[in-house]
Design a protein around this ligand. Structure first.
Ligand code: BDR
Ligand code: CA
Length: 321
């Protein structure tokens, strides 16, 4: 099984990603780290613990991370009722409360120590704002060299879901995201909105999860329904009645890389633009070596295989922890 650490700001799509990572037979979830994002970090931690308890994997360690972005003190906090960052996800998932607690060591410490001690490959999969990963880079100059592979859910090419130019995870901590793309990690894959919108799930998919008769199937069914209602109300996909499950697609690509189709390109993040802050600037121009602007640093997913994605989720959610 492929080992991974999932860095989450749990929300409903993070929750589905956690269940996929914790239950799919081809993956071994080493731990979850949490970060300020969809909701305050304490809520993200609580949501993560609720999910792990609900699916019978309470032993997976959870480490709480950054409560604020790296540079922008109030960005996107403080949150107001019903603002951008809480329109898709409420503060708490509709799962029973848990008495599980996060571990005493923080997320950044856990990340640094785990990769220092690792004898085999552990993929790092951030699916929230990149604050923890940037903090690890700042604290430990060897961090980028020790992580074999990073798979990020975030960004978009020429459009956005928070502003006209930016996707939420990158927009919520643009300086951190810029650090991550510039850090020189050995392999970085970006799963942007362009890919996740091609693997959206419908009410029929939600019903098929429920029919599995498992805790994960039930929760996934609930979250997909919730997401469809929120998307239909706020930013409907063509035709309505379906919603992207962004974060889970990034996890799925570790099981079967062909669930996404990628191009190897240069990616950086806008941090000073007045209209475009948080935009992933993706250079899609193909140029010969001599005329190249900047060397490719990222495998960017522009396509996704919806049927394969659904079958991987189904395989995982049929299982009990
Ligand atoms: C990303 O933003 C969050 O709301 C989701 O959990 C996902 O990680 C999509 O833009
Ligand atoms: Ca997320």
């Amino acid at each position: 099984a492929r080992k991974l650490i999932l860095d989450v700001d749990t929300g409903t799509d993070d929750a589905i990603a956690i269940m996929l990572a914790a239950l799919h037979p081809s993956l071994e979830l080493v731990g979850c780290t949490t970060v300020n994002g969809n909701t305050a970090v304490e809520n993200c931690t609580d949501n993560t613990l609720r999910v792990l308890e609900h699916i019978g994997r309470p032993e997976i360690p959870v480490h709480q991370g950054m409560a604020r972005p790296l540079v922008r003190w109030t960005f996107p906090t403080p949150r107001k009722e019903g603002d951008q960052s809480s329109r898709i996800h409420g503060p708490h998932l509709p799962l029973p409360k848990t008495s599980l607690k996060a571990r005493s060591s923080g997320a950044v410490e856990f990340l640094i120590e785990t990769y220092r001690a690792a004898t085999d490959e552990i993929a790092l999969v951030p699916v929230g704002p990149l604050s923890n990963i940037a903090a690890a880079l700042a604290l430990d100059p060897g961090f980028a060299d020790r992580v074999p592979e990073v798979v990020i859910m975030g960004g978009s090419h020429g459009w956005g879901n928070v502003t006209a130019a930016a996707e939420f995870n990158i927009w919520a901590d643009p300086e951190a995201a810029a650090m991550v793309f510039q850090a020189g990690f050995r392999k970085v894959t970006l799963v942007p909105l362009d890919a996740t919108y091609q693997a959206s799930l419908s009410h029929a998919d939600s019903a098929s999860f429920e029919a599995l008769g498992t805790p994960a199937g039930h929760a996934a069914s609930l979250f997909v329904k919730h997401r469809i209602a929120a998307y239909d109300a706020v930013q409907p996909l063509p035709g309505g009645g379906h919603a992207p499950i962004h974060d889970a697609l990034a996890v799925a690509s570790l099981i079967r890389p062909e669930v996404i189709t990628t191009e190897f390109l240069h990616v950086d993040v806008e941090t000073v633009g007045t209209l475009t802050v948080g935009r992933t600037v993706i250079d899609t121009q193909v140029r010969t070596e001599a005329f190249r602007r900047k060397a490719p640093n990222c495998h960017v997913a522009f396509g996704a295989d919806r049927a394969l994605f659904l079958s991987l989720l189904t395989e995982a959610f049929a299982r009990r922890g």
